[in-house]
Structure formats: C-alpha cells, structure tokens
Design a protein around this ligand. Structure first.
Ligand SMILES: Cc1ncc(COP(=O)(O)O)c(C=O)c1O
Length: 391
C-alpha cells in the first residue's frame, strides 16, 4: 500500500531533534526584529540569564548560531593551543566525532578505547592523569550522555578522580543530549566548559550551540593560541553584556528559547529530571520484558534521555525501524557507527509524557511482531503497570 498522507500525529522518538512544544512553535513564529535594537537586547539578556539556571552556573554562557558540532569546536579553540594533548574516551559515535574535530584542529588526542556499552571509567581518568607528571594533558573531554548508546558517564566521579590526581587539566563536558533532561550542574561539579545545543532537552529546533564557561576556562582562553574567529568567546562576552552579538544571532530562536526556558521553569528542573528518569525506567522495563538487551551494561550509567536496544542476532535494526515508520508513522533512532544495523534507539526526552511513551512502546512492540523479531509479548503492559504506580 502506498500512502501519500498519514493521518494523525507523527511520533518523533529519535534522541534529538525532539518534539517542539506548541507554545515554543508559536513563539518562533513571531516577526523577526532588529538584532541591534532595544527589544532584542532585553530578550538576549533574559535568555542568557535563564540559560545559566539550566546549566546551573553563575558564570557566562555563550550562544552561537550553530549546531552542536560548532559548540564542540568552540570549546577547544578557545581553551587550547596547537599540539596540546587532550584526554578523550571512546564511549560511542559522538565521542569518536569529537575526537575527529580535535585532531583536525591540530590537537594530540590520547584516546582511551571503549566498548560502546560503558561510560568513562573514573579510575582510568585518575590513572592517566597521575601518570602525566609533566602535565602534558591540558583537557579531559567527556561526553556526558552518549547519544549513540544511551550511556551516561558520571561527571562528579570524573571530577573527583581529577582532583585525586591533583592534575590541572580543564574538564570539558558535552551535554548536548542531557541538558534539560538529566541532572547536570556545571558549577557544583567543577566543569570548565559545558557544551550544549538547542534541539534536544531544550525542546527547540536545531540552530543554537552553547558553551557554559568557568573562570578557569576564561583564564585559559587568554593564553590559548589555536586560531579562532567566529567561535571567539572574547567579542561574544563583551557584546553580550548589553545583550548584543558580534554577528547576526538566530533571532527567532531566541523567542523560542525564552518560551522553552519558561516551560522548564514552570515544571521545575527537579521535576523535569524526575519525569525523564521515570520514562527511562518504564522503557527499560518494556525492553527487558521483550527479552531484548539494553546497550548500556551498567545500571549506574543508564541514560534517562534515551534507551539503546540491541537486536537479537541475525535481525536488522534498520529493517525494524523501516517497518515501524511505514506502518505506525513512528521514527526511532538508527544505530550509529559500530552499532549500525545491530541497535536502535528510543528517544524519551524533551516534551514528552506518559501517553506519548505508551504510544511509542506500542509502536515498537507491534513493529517487533510485524518484522518477526523474536521477542516475548507484553513489554508494553509491564511499562504501563510501572507508569501507573511510580510517581
Ligand atoms: C552527544 C552529542 N554530541 C554532539 C552532537 C553533534 O551535534 P550536532 O549534530 O548538532 O552538530 C550530537 C548530535 O546528536 C550529540 O548527540
């Protein structure tokens, strides 16, 4: 049957870009304004302050008109010099991509191999730094929530490991798929640069790249020698004081960001995190009842933003995803890099509630049957029972 129109709502359950709430979409549609005028200045100052609360920092946050990759590049070019060593960890596809950015910028990457099923091991961080007597390592770079696997590394334990090693390296954390979904505290956890972007927990379309910056990172930026122009924090921070930018900001996304910040604050950040934790737990219960394996091996590292699911041997994850999209109009995340074909990802982050999760899990369970993937029925029921009882 060929269809040109699907009735009802599309289910967008990839782990970002996520569903954009109606209120945010309406805000986005406001008339474009003068980005050098007083109204924009007030708007920019309001969102710059609001973002600090989301990053849980009293320090500056900069906003680029960019995707997350730009915000990665910004974190590196502002703090490091050509030939500097950075310590990175192969937690999954996005860690590998970030390594590629670092190498292309002329940094020397000490890349700790990984199995794509576990997060960064704090003991390895401590051992690597303790062995670096000359302090050649200038930054430790960690992907907080590895979107390709659904594994969340434990940033506070990594910070403690760095402190135990008494090593002065900067700590750079990618929160692209955790910010606004999973508890994250830039100041309290002693992170120097936090990288974020708009299209995941912040519930916005793609288009904004974010850096939250510690005082130590600011000091490092004065010594750093990697070439930087577009990404330079200096002119940004200077102009931001009055609510302006050194080049044209993504003005309409600022309206949307203001509305998204209101939504997050109306719900309360602690409640936002608890909602994500609860949906993640319901999802894992469904997956385990189906008899399928979760990519993340260590329960202490389960991601509350998405769940990576391994296919039984001989079953193709993309064939399953294709059937689910065609029959039920539900988009699930593809397996990335090493997990292509062998895993799929259920996104449960952003503007999301119990019934959206229930519909998503129904789509997966019906798809497993339609694609003849060996599984036990009833995962949806188990998830519903959990949702009915867990507050
Ligand atoms: C953890 C993580 N880091 C970095 C990126 C790259 O961001 P972008 O595709 O917006 O450039 C992504 C994208 O999904 C991501 O999930």
């Amino acid at each position: 049957m060929s269809r040109t129109h699907s009735a009802g709502r599309h289910f967008l359950q990839i782990p970002g870009p996520t569903n954009v709430p109606e209120r945010v979409l309406r805000a986005l549609a406001a008339p474009t304004i003068d980005h050098r005028g007083p109204d924009f200045g007030r708007l920019a100052k309001e969102v710059l302050t609001g973002l600090r609360r989301i990053f849980q920092t009293n320090g500056p946050v900069v906003i680029y008109p960019s995707s997350g990759t730009g915000a990665w590049e910004a974190s590196l070019v502002n703090t490091l010099s050509s030939g500097d060593t950075v310590l990175m960890f192969e937690t999954g596809h996005f860690a590998v991509l970030w390594k590629g950015v670092a190498e292309r910028l002329g940094l020397s990457v000490d890349f700790v191999p990984g199995d794509w099923r576990t997060g960064v091991d704090p003991a390895v961080v401590e051992a690597r730094l303790a062995a670096d007597g000359t302090h050649a390592i200038k930054a430790v770079c960690v992907v907080h929530n590895e979107t390709s696997t659904g594994v969340a590394s434990r940033i506070p334990l990594i910070r403690q490991a760095m402190d135990r090693a008494r090593h002065p390296a900067l700590l750079l954390a990618d929160t692209i798929s955790s910010l606004g979904s999973i508890d994250y505290r830039h100041d309290e956890w002693g992170v120097d640069v936090t990288i974020g972007c708009s299209q995941k927990g912040l519930m916005l379309p793609p288009g904004l790249g974010l850096n939250a910056i510690s005082q130590k990172a600011l000091a490092a930026s004065r010594e750093a020698r990697l070439p930087r122009a577009y990404w330079n924090w200096g002119p940004m921070l200077e102009e931001n004081q009055a609510g302006f930018f050194p080049y044209t900001p993504a003005t309409n996304l600022f309206y949307a960001l203001r509305e998204a910040l209101h939504l997050l604050e109306e719900e309360g950040l602690a409640n936002v995190f608890a909602r994500h934790d609860r949906h993640a737990e319901a999802t894992r219960r469904a997956v385990q009842s189906w008899g399928l394996e979760i990519v993340c091996k260590n329960p202490a590292e389960y991601s509350s933003a998405l769940t990576g699911v391994l296919m039984p041997a001989g079953c193709d994850a993309d064939a399953l995803r294709r059937i689910i999209l065609e029959r039920f109009d539900l988009s699930l995340g593809t397996g990335l890099g090493k997990l292509k074909g062998t895993a799929f990802r259920i996104g449960h982050l952003g503007d999301f509630n119990d019934l959206m999760l229930s519909g998503t899990l129904c789509g997966v369970e019906m798809g497993l049957a339609a694609a003849r993937v060996p599984h036990r029925k009833g995962g949806v029921q188990v998830a519903l029972e959990y949702l009915a009882t867990a507050r």
